[in-house]
Design a protein around this ligand. Structure first.
Ligand code: GLU
Length: 554
């Protein structure tokens, strides 16, 4: 063994192709010239093809923090785990950002990178990690570890038998103190190895830490010799996080609080590299009620965790986004009440109002929010979203919509635009239900005719109404005609009088209108019937009245 062989020589042996030091990286990725207070945030998903509420929750906070402060929001693809990568995942991520209006300033694009702080796919950054790792090896702060899985299992078993803390650290770390010359021999012999941190930490010492969401905490120093580079030279999350967030000049890291447990490693790595730490915002997972207790939404048990779930149901992205904001900032709803028509971008989003504990997901609440959001959209906007949804999930309905776009827009215009718009649906699938009766192919009678009207009477009512019906009538003329039909069969015309003395008449004009409603719309509830008839058009209205006469007569 060459005893003169030192850590510098070992660094050169392990990373022969990296000439540059981290100084060169500092020059290549200089601090950003941004006004003070501007935040640089990143959305850093793994390309597994599965996007969930947590991703949206984090990315929305990132985007708001960056853009409200005049900063930068970028996308980094955390693809270090090649086995979990799914083709098309990046496209899905970009699509999600587009759908939810999360405008990326920099980052991975479908075919490359935008911005000078890239590459933004971690597997394309191997050289950068190697430069940083080489520096740690040179300083004696990292070393190759040749332990096989079996060797690691053995260590774990021994630790369990003597009740020692598990892990690879201190005296348990068998390659930690191997002389560089001995390590070099094994490397030259082609023995596989991972690169580990030679942790100088002492768990008896405590580190104070302030998280912008969770507040102040304290934890013991890390003493684990964690893996920095795997045997293929690709970094672990810990090392990639520290290197990337330093050289991409992230100022605020928003991530799930499952990373709090390994935060001591990250704090230590920043310090050993001699880099300032970013601020952290650790967010709690979204919870749901199960019986009387709360639990985390789970990928396996809860389909509603996946963003695809909302897409298939036809929630418009604006609604989901608005709902997430209600979970995220405790003052959002109050702001929304005071600013019902303001765009979301006006909301003064702040991490100070972020919930340190897990927000509770509530589907009914989401539905309420969605109804309100959709009721405020223009018919044009709803039509666009509905058509795109139908093309993907209800192609036959999409054909119906396309066949007469003006008709579809007309339907969607009912009760829209005023100070108190109708809230008939919260999703596109509900919109389809709501609109169904306007389309002959979907029309069916599902409501019940008033009990006080028999088949003969209904036939008379439909016949008489059809005689006087004129599609050009305005609402009041139309209603006078309905009243006349009611009067003709001896039903009360004045609802007030009828309610005061219900026994004086066999029924009221309300019953007549209901019968017409059932015949024409198939249901007991619909928007203003005169308006509905106007939209349906004379031909359809007469056809339906005729059919109803036939059916009720049988
Ligand atoms: N790729 C990590 C994840 O999906 C990102 C965590 C982070 O934002 O640092 O959990």
């Amino acid at each position: 063994m060459d005893t003169a062989f030192n850590s510098h020589n070992l660094a050169d042996l392990l990373f022969p192709d990296t000439e540059d030091g981290t100084q060169a990286l500092e020059a290549r990725f200089p601090p950003r010239a941004l006004p003070s207070g501007a935040m640089v945030t990143r959305f850093a998903p793994s390309p597994t093809g599965f996007l969930h509420l947590g991703n949206l929750y984090g990315a929305l906070a990132d985007e708001r923090l960056a853009h409200r402060s005049g900063g930068v929001f970028y996308l980094r693809v955390e693809d270090t785990d090649e086995k979990r990568e799914v083709p098309g995942a990046l496209e899905k991520i970009l699509e999600m950002c587009g759908e939810f209006g999360l405008a990326l300033d920099e980052g991975a694009t479908a075919d490359g990178d935008a911005g000078v702080y890239g590459p933004f796919r971690q597997r394309r950054r191997a050289e950068i990690y190697h430069i940083c790792a080489k520096e740690l090896v040179r300083k004696g702060l990292a070393y190759p570890c040749f332990c096989t899985e079996e060797a690691l299992d053995e260590i774990r078993e021994k630790q369990a038998s003597v009740k020692a803390n598990p892990g690879y650290y201190g005296a348990w770390a068998v390659h930690r103190d191997m002389p560089p010359g001995a390590a070099a021999e094994l490397v030259r012999a082609g023995k596989p190895y991972v690169l580990r941190l030679r942790s100088p930490g002492d768990p008896a010492r405590r580190v104070k830490f302030t998280d912008l969401v969770k507040g102040d905490t304290e934890f013991p120093e890390n003493d684990q010799d964690v893996v920095l580079l795997k045997s293929d030279g690709i970094p672990t999350y810990h090392f990639a996080h520290v290197v990337d967030d330093h050289f991409m000049r992230t100022t605020h890291v928003v991530r799930g609080d499952e990373w709090l447990a390994t935060l001591p490693i990250h704090v230590q790595l920043f310090s050993l590299m001699g880099w300032p730490m970013p601020e952290y915002l650790h967010t709690a997972p979204i919870m749901k009620m199960e019986g009387a207790s709360k639990r985390k939404l789970s990928k396996r048990k809860d389909p509603e965790l996946a963003l695809d779930f909302y897409r298939a149901k036809g929630f418009c992205p604006a609604a989901l986004k608005e709902y997430i904001l209600t979970l995220q900032n405790s003052n959002f709803e109050e702001w929304r009440d005071q600013n019902p028509a303001a765009p979301l971008s006006d909301f003064p989003f702040s991490f100070k109002k972020m919930n340190p504990a897990g927000a509770l997901f509530d589907m009914d609440k989401l539905m309420d929010v969605a109804k309100t959001v959709m009721s405020r959209q223009s018919a044009e906007e709803v039509y666009g979203g509905l058509l795109a949804w139908a093309e993907a999930y209800e192609p036959e309905f999409a054909l119906m919509l396309r066949r007469d776009e003006g008709y579809a827009r007309g339907i969607l215009s009912i009760g829209r635009g005023g100070p108190k718009p109708r809230k008939d649906f919260g999703t596109y699938s509900e919109a389809k239900e709501y609109m169904a009766f306007f389309y002959d192919g979907l029309f069916e009678i599902i409501g019940a005719y008033p009990e006080n009207m028999g088949a003969e009477l209904l036939k008379t009512v439909f016949g008489r109404f059809a005689e006087t019906y004129d599609p050009r009538d305005d609402n009041s003329v139309w209603f006078e005609k309905v009243k006349a039909v009611a009067a003709g069969i001896g039903f009360a015309v004045n609802m007030k009088d009828y309610k005061k003395n219900p026994d004086a008449h066999p029924g009221s004009v309300g019953d007549v209108a209901m019968a017409l409603r059932i015949a024409v719309t198939g249901r007991a509830q619909s928007p203003d019937l005169c308006e509905v008839m106007r939209l349906l058009g004379e031909v359809r209205v007469r056809e339906r009245l005729n059919t109803a006469q036939g059916v009720t007569h049988e």
